[in-house]
Write a protein that binds this ligand. Structure first.
Ligand code: FE2
Length: 463
């Protein structure tokens, strides 16, 4: 931990304490009295001047005294250097562990070698370097040497290096495809899957970028409402009518409005009786105009009722490098990189992976990236890649060597380069959505402009 980071963490904790006291309509004096702390201690903590242990003690006391969750009060310390955290190859190797799985004879033998790669406590992913040890000589999804897992809560984007088979199972049916360097996949939560090697002389490997999404962050609420209610809320979203009906039902329940009440409102708005019956019955998806009318009747936005049918978008997406053209970035006539998209799925619009070739001997300083997603980087090539990044005023530089990996925070501007006498650099980049979702940014954008800066750190008493 460096000193600036510590100070920022203390300031953030102080600001959370102040903000929560604000929400509870307590002045610092009232807070001090009710949780039995000295007023000077409370002021020092709010100002970020007290030791982290004191701030922690205040937060615990607040969670004890008031109906507020400890998780909502705590602020994670920033473990990055101005928004970037690099994990060295040696550090990854030190985390090595083996996973055994049963083979065709029922014997437990080594199946995978696992290593951690870069992760940050401020980002929702847990990317792993995995070498499949079990070898197969066919592409049979029912090969008895292949051990499937039970699937997991995390979404997964996998990048393949070398010759590795990918297996997955949907509704009991197994599938297998032969993957090679540059190929990639997306695996939905809870789809059982497995990987096995094909080449005994040159073992392949995978980078499994797993991450928790919005559901992961809402687990507490799912636990409280129970599995039946969660199912009821989701409805049957496998087709657009089912998805639309689930949406409509949620909004009707929220307004305690029955279908007849809604029909009356639509009739008053001039809609045709037959259409009203179809729509309020949830038997047909509304047209664009009807969506606007329905949304108006329910005091919501048209997009709140819009559903995208995902019938054609399976729970697993496989993308082969050979089918995917590369493009030059940022400019075709003055490029810094060649980019090839990894697997894309409309189930996770914020998942954006790339196989990134860092061109050598280029004369451009324009290869800047800056976006709202969390980013994972792994150097799978043979040459060191320099990374330059800016967070606010700070300019930083480091080297991502072969086997090293890195995390880059949303909105940190960054660029990659290789030395002029080197070959191209090869990076895998996986961008994933975090809590800065469209819904969150949309909500933020409705705040009074003069107060927006207070979101990043509350400083004012509002009452
Ligand atoms: Fe997995």
């Amino acid at each position: 931990m460096n000193e600036t980071r510590d100070k920022r963490h203390l300031a953030a904790l102080g600001s959370r304490i102040f903000s929560e006291a604000n929400d509870l309509k307590r002045t610092p004096e009232a807070l001090a009295e009710e949780i039995e702390f000295d007023i000077d201690t409370i002021h020092a903590a709010i100002d970020g001047r007290s030791p982290v242990e004191t701030a922690e003690a205040i937060i615990r006391a607040m969670a004890d005294k008031y109906p507020v969750s400890l998780a909502d009060l705590w602020v994670e310390p920033d473990d990055t250097e101005s928004g970037v955290k690099i994990m060295r190859d040696e550090e990854s190797r030190a985390t090595l562990r083996f996973f055994d799985r049963k083979d065709r004879d029922g014997d437990l033998t080594p199946y995978y070698e696992y290593r951690d790669t870069a992760m940050s406590r401020t980002a929702p992913f847990k990317p792993e370097w995995i070498q499949p040890i079990r070898l197969v000589d066919d592409a049979d999804p029912d090969n008895p040497d292949v051990a499937y897992n039970h699937g997991h809560l995390m979404h997964q984007c996998t990048f393949f290096i070398g010759e590795v088979n990918f297996y997955w199972r949907i509704a009991g049916q197994g599938y297998c495809t032969e993957m090679n360097t540059g190929d990639s996949n997306y695996i939905s939560p809870f789809v059982p899957h497995s990987f096995a090697g094909r080449n005994p002389d040159r073992p392949g490997l995978i980078l499994a970028v797993t991450y928790g999404g919005d559901v992961r962050r809402a687990l507490g609420q799912f636990g409280l409402i129970g599995p039946n209610s969660a199912d009821e809320l989701a409805g049957n979203p496998t087709n657009s009518i089912g998805a639309f009906r689930a949406r409509l039902d949620r909004y009707l329940a929220a307004e305690s409005l029955n279908r007849q009440d809604l029909a009356d409102r639509l009739l008053a708005g001039g809609m045709d009786r037959t259409r009203i019956d179809m729509l309020t019955g949830g038997n047909e998806v509304p047209t664009a105009d009807e969506t606007v009318a329905l949304a108006k009747a329910l005091h919501i936005r048209a997009e709140d009722l819009m559903v995208t049918p995902l019938e054609d978008e399976g729970p697993v997406t496989v993308r082969y490098a050979g089918d995917t053209p590369e493009r030059l970035y940022p400019k075709v006539n003055n490029p810094a990189y060649r980019m090839r998209e990894l697997a894309r799925t409309r189930r996770q619009p914020g998942l954006k992976g790339f196989d990134l070739s860092v061109l050598s001997g280029v004369d451009t300083t324009e290869g800047q990236f800056r976006h709202s997603l969390h980013q994972y980087v792994y150097n799978y090539g043979g040459v060191p890649v320099s990374v330059l990044w800016n967070e606010g005023e700070n300019e930083n530089a480091d080297i991502i060597n072969p086997g090293d990996s890195a995390y880059i925070r949303p909105m940190v501007s960054h660029s990659f380069s290789v030395a002029p006498d080197q070959d191209e650099g090869r990076l895998v980049i996986v961008r994933i959505p975090g809590t800065l979702s469209d819904a969150v940014i949309d909500e933020f954008s409705t705040f009074a402009v003069e107060g927006r800066s207070r979101v990043a750190g509350e400083t004012k008493q509002w009452f």
